[in-house]
Design a protein around this ligand. Structure first.
Ligand code: ATP
Length: 146
């Protein structure tokens, strides 16, 4: 995660702030997780101008990764369609940034492959938060009786 943020920071000269309560080992497909993060961070950068905040926290049964920007936001009525292929909120809002409308549909597929839940909350003019929820799978503990 750190690595992906540094790459984005260097490529775009924008500030990506990582806040994490803990050091974690996440066993997953690294390339896919990077690609998923890249899509969300790239959107956060395209649709905002301030810093982008990434927060990692541990809840009872899952890890949460929040990607938050303080940009244009997304009107509520568009939220249900965001993950559709080729869906873009409006030509006007997007003229400056360009894009295909494919990013989030790919993000959704990757998230499903990794068993990660992805959800979005947004307010126009305030910003957008994407949350990735990764379940914690606790393995069976085998005690050696000897
Ligand atoms: P690309 O496929 O190149 O990423 P895109 O950004 O248009 O292009 P998606 O990533 O699928 O495509 O996003 C769909 C639409 O959702 C965008 O066009 C944009 O209007 C809106 N959107 C996505 N992320 C954000 C965000 N963080 N803030 C505001 N709007 C967003």
């Amino acid at each position: 995660i750190d690595n992906t943020l540094s790459q984005m920071q260097q490529a775009y000269n924008r500030h990506f702030e990582l806040q994490s309560e803990l050091h974690l080992d996440i066993y997953t497909d690294e390339q896919k997780l990077k690609q998923l993060l890249f899509i969300l961070l790239d959107n956060a950068r395209k649709y905002s101008e301030d810093q982008i905040l990434v927060q990692i926290s541990k809840q009872k049964a899952h890890i949460e990764i929040e990607i938050r920007d303080f940009g244009v936001g997304i009107p509520n009525d568009h939220i249900p369609h965001l993950f559709d292929r080729f869906y873009r909120v409006s030509q006007d809002r997007n003229r400056k940034t360009g894009g295909t409308g494919l990013g989030l549909s790919i993000a959704k597929v990757i998230a499903e492959l990794l068993q990660i839940e992805i959800k979005v909350e947004s307010e126009v003019g305030v910003g957008t938060k994407f949350t990735l929820t990764i379940p914690i799978q606790i393995g069976e503990l085998k005690e050696d009786s000897q």
